[in-house]
Design a binder for this molecule. Sequence first.
Ligand SMILES: Nc1ncnc2c1ncn2[C@@H]1O[C@H](COP(=O)(O)OP(=O)(O)OP(=O)(O)O)[C@@H](O)[C@H]1O
Ligand SMILES: [Mg+2]
Ligand SMILES: [Zn+2]
Length: 230
Amino acid sequence: MSGDLAPCQYGICDGSGFTIDEATNTASDCRCRPSLLAAGRARSLEARIPRKYRDVAFDRFPITAIEPRVVDAVKRFTRDINPNLDAGKGLWLVGDPGTGKTTLAMLISKAAIEAKRTTAIYSMPRLMAVLRTAIESEEGLLGLLDRLATVDLLHIDDLGAEHRTDWVLEQIYSIVNTRYEDQRSIVITTNNMPDELEAQIGARTVSRLVEMCGDPLPLFGSDQRMSFTA
Ligand SMILES: Nc1ncnc2c1ncn2[C@@H]1O[C@H](COP(=O)(O)OP(=O)(O)OP(=O)(O)O)[C@@H](O)[C@H]1O
Ligand SMILES: [Mg+2]
Ligand SMILES: [Zn+2]
């Protein structure tokens, strides 16, 4: 961190957000500290929320155009983000392509990050690719599995879209089951209804997801990615 600090915007401190009183050798907050902290928070959001979804908000399009019943359920979840994550409760959004599932799920991740809860966001195909790469070093794999098991919120986008092999099914089961046993939250988006998902990833995994995430929130309708041409 230090060494490349941006200068204090008020020219008071050394850029650290603290001033040191030489006489008593004590630190106190500089006037720039609140904005320094806000910038840090923004950076950590930026690091994890994909650019396309970075500015999602309940009072903004496209959320304002999505089925209110589903948006309300997501809003309630984010309002109690801490107790929900503490209880290992999750959510899942099911439906047709381009109906706002990922957009809504990002609101949950954003709330978790803003509440300073550890959060990992992966699309399922990408997660499998990352796992495959991590396998090449045992340390890398253990680190990744540990992270997947222990983050306060694991957001898996596009479950069911991964190319299935026995290895992939085993990984998905093991990630879900570990979090199930430790009561840690999962947020999922998928194009598959639970019965289709069972065929895709197995009944044992889906059964755990149902218990953790409750009934899927349905988002059906036409693909809004296409709507600008209609
Ligand atoms: N109800 C809506 N009205 C207008 N635009 C919307 C609506 N829902 C989503 N969009 C827009 O459609 C695009 C796709 O949204 P999103 O990525 O959330 O879809 P998705 O449901 O996750 O799709 P997929 O299943 O293909 O992953 C985005 O650009 C989003 O802003
Ligand atoms: Mg999506
Ligand atoms: Zn300062």
